[in-house]
Design a protein around this ligand. Sequence first.
Ligand SMILES: NC(=O)c1ccc[n+]([C@@H]2O[C@H](COP(=O)([O-])OP(=O)(O)OC[C@H]3O[C@@H](n4cnc5c(N)ncnc54)[C@H](OP(=O)(O)O)[C@@H]3O)[C@@H](O)[C@H]2O)c1
Length: 270
Amino acid sequence: MPQQHVAVLGTGKIGEALLSGMIRAGWAPANLLVTARRPERAEELRTRHGVTPVTNAEAAKQADTLILTVKPQDMGALLTELAPHLPADRLIISGAAGIPTTFIEERLPEGTPVVRVMTNTPALVDEAMSVISAGSHATTAHLAHAEEIFGAVGKTLRVPESQQDACTALSGSGPAYFFYLVEAMTDAGILLGLPRDKAHELIVQSAIGAATMLRDSGEHPVKLRENVTSPAGTTINAIRELESHGVRAALIAALEAARDRSRELASGNS
Ligand SMILES: NC(=O)c1ccc[n+]([C@@H]2O[C@H](COP(=O)([O-])OP(=O)(O)OC[C@H]3O[C@@H](n4cnc5c(N)ncnc54)[C@H](OP(=O)(O)O)[C@@H]3O)[C@@H](O)[C@H]2O)c1
């Protein structure tokens, strides 16, 4: 396992999920630095993970790789704080939604390598989908290093930065769509007379089973759905309702809206 110093700056929900995944994957806590805005948060991270809290300026000087996991609106202030202390050979990995690599490059020393990553909340259970793009000074070695780090909490995929907004719509926000479906299907179970906890259990296990089949069977989703859709059966009656209510079109429109919002945020039009 690489024993470079890695710092997570702005260690909130995503930062801590990444940190704990890295430790489980074999990174030595002694080589991991963290920064937080509040001292009590920094101490919590030290106690929980055995990592070393430092200031942002110290992280810039000491770490080989800096992972920025602040909210997009806090990124400008963080970069202003880092810039005077940062040698240009440090790798910057940004996990902030909708912040282009050019935004970061413009605020840091000339030639600083920047990698942009869009992960998602299943990072909390090591099932993240993280989409990785190189800035103008990042090499394939930098991308590989980012993959090694985010690979600790799930899958990674390299894409051109021009596809990041689409990926944000699909996988960044993706878990929310599935939670929304489970919520709606649980309501349907209640309508059909099931107690909420039973309806929830039935739907969650069906979601896990379906997701596992999608991942492991190698079959196309249409084939998997056809296998449950017998002639004149129950499923085809449900599918007819989904089609007549335009659920497929609604999903396409929803993801297009998410992609457009990601573009707006990226252009600073919040
Ligand atoms: N949550 C998601 O679903 C998700 C998914 C994919 C990507 N992301 C991206 O991941 C990033 C983090 O999201 P999150 O949900 O983990 O947010 P979060 O829990 O609010 O974490 C951000 C942390 O950064 C700290 N912070 C802000 N400015 C700082 C500074 N200058 N120095 C040190 N620490 C600072 C904040 O401190 P305070 O606690 O004092 O505010 C907070 O603890 C965002 O950019 C988001 O776009 C999030």
